[in-house]
Design a protein around this ligand. Structure first.
Ligand SMILES: [Fe+2]
Length: 418
């Protein structure tokens, strides 16, 4: 039942809401004779679909002491049985499309359950570990140093952006369209905790010249002086993870996480770089294999990246062209660990068409005041992420696994001169 901040939701609510999705958008419409589990659940577990039903205020979801967990689990079992009956009826293709959407929706909420638990456990004075490390892990996975940050040149030109092919995608990944990019350089890995600690030690949170105006105001108003889940002082930072609290020295080579867009942007300026646009990110990622520290890894926290991508790539892909980014000497670490803030506002692509009916509210209505994140995190299933996937959050958001990839770009004039 715990809801430790307004953005998060209790695990019990996530369980009920994902069942609600299947009942509301599948069973009521496509299963003849279906009777809803409970008439109040249609609005009680509605998240934000205004055209479907009313819904309670999000920040008060922790007050749902009733219905009890046992009733929520019964609701899920009831809906599961309904979906199985529906699948036996040779359902309409639209019903199958919505089942696929419902599965992807549930995967998103499974990731949110973990991020919400992390925040809840951080605010618990006992700071419990959700998944304590096995003793042997403490001396293996954490000892790998970060590989040197290198920048990979990506050639400019006219590039196709957006989903293509017959696989599933969300409506916000379409329409595929062309974008002109100048040549740019993108970092081969994410910024680490140790590197971010240097930014803090250099007065990063006290130097207005590094910050966007809105970011400076947000930082001042919220009292940020380090990423979320960092506590202690400079030189003695402790970082809370789903595996418990760790000293900076143990995780200094792991990607920094739980920074807002504003902190990512300020760090990039401090480092003499910038954040990539979502289009640059997609072009850099599109030939890369979906490997990395994703949910299946089981770590549930960002890890040092030394050679892990190279090793997984060689193990999973024999063809040399699986890593065929132009001019790349080795694969980029593009997936997993942390969603990566981009410099791009979350906007509709040319030709974007929201889904029909209430499901049109799934993505499209949030295309204002949000920034795009790419790449998935240590809590994202590998089957859920792809190069065209667009996550989005308000720029001050910090409770997600959100990290920093750097980019630089040379002007055409500089290239010509060189
Ligand atoms: Fe949802």
């Amino acid at each position: 039942m715990v809801q430790s901040c307004a953005e998060a939701s209790p695990a019990k609510w996530h369980l009920a809401h994902t069942a609600w999705f299947f009942e509301s958008f599948l069973l009521r419409e496509f299963l003849p004779g279906y009777r809803v589990f409970h008439p109040d659940f249609a609005w009680l577990f509605n998240s934000y679909y205004q055209s479907f039903a009313a819904f309670p205020e999000k920040r008060l979801r922790a007050s749902f002491s009733r219905p009890a967990l046992s009733e929520i689990l019964a609701f899920r079992a009831y809906v599961d049985a309904g979906i199985e009956r529906l699948l036996e009826t040779n359902p309409d293709p639209e019903a199958l499309r919505r089942i696929e959407l419902g599965v992807n929706h549930e995967e998103q909420h499974q990731e949110l359950i973990l991020t919400d638990i992390l925040h809840a456990f951080f605010t618990n004075p006992l700071r419990p570990a959700y998944k304590p490390e096995a003793p042997e892990q403490k001396f293996t996975v954490n000892s790998a140093p970060a590989e040197p940050m290198e920048f990979v040149r990506i050639d400019g030109g006219l590039h196709e952006i957006g989903h293509f092919g017959s696989g599933f995608c969300f409506d916000n990944e379409l329409a595929r369209h062309r974008v002109w990019l100048e040549s740019f350089d993108v970092a081969n890995r994410l910024v680490t905790c140790g590197e971010f600690a240097e930014f803090i030690a250099d007065g990063g949170y006290r130097r207005p010249e590094l910050w966007l105006s809105d970011g400076w105001d947000a930082m001042q108003a919220s009292g940020w002086h380090a990423p979320l889940f960092w506590s202690g002082e400079t030189d003695a930072w402790r970082i809370f993870t789903l595996a418990g609290e760790m000293e900076l020295a143990r995780v200094k080579d792991a990607p920094v996480s739980h920074v807002s867009f504003y902190e990512a942007e300020a760090y990039a300026r401090w480092a003499g770089c910038r954040l990539p646009t979502e289009f640059e990110w997609e072009v850099a990622a599109r030939h890369q294999p979906v490997v990395g520290n994703l949910l299946e890894n089981g770590s549930l926290r960002p890890l040092p990246q030394a050679d892990s991508v190279q090793n997984q790539c060689e193990a999973n892909h024999s063809a040399a062209n699986c890593c065929a980014v132009e001019n790349a000497r080795r694969p980029l670490h593009v997936y997993g660990d942390c969603w990566q803030w981009t410099a791009s506002a979350y906007l509709p692509y040319p030709g974007f068409r929201p889904l029909e009916g209430s499901l049109g509210e799934y993505n499209g209505k949030f295309m204002s005041g949000k920034m795009v994140l790419r790449g998935g995190s240590c809590c994202t299933p590998a089957c859920h992420i792809r190069a065209s996937y667009r996550n989005f959050f308000a720029p001050e958001t910090r409770w997600q696994f959100s990290g920093i990839r750097l980019a630089t770009g040379q002007s055409s004039a500089e290239e010509t001169a060189s």
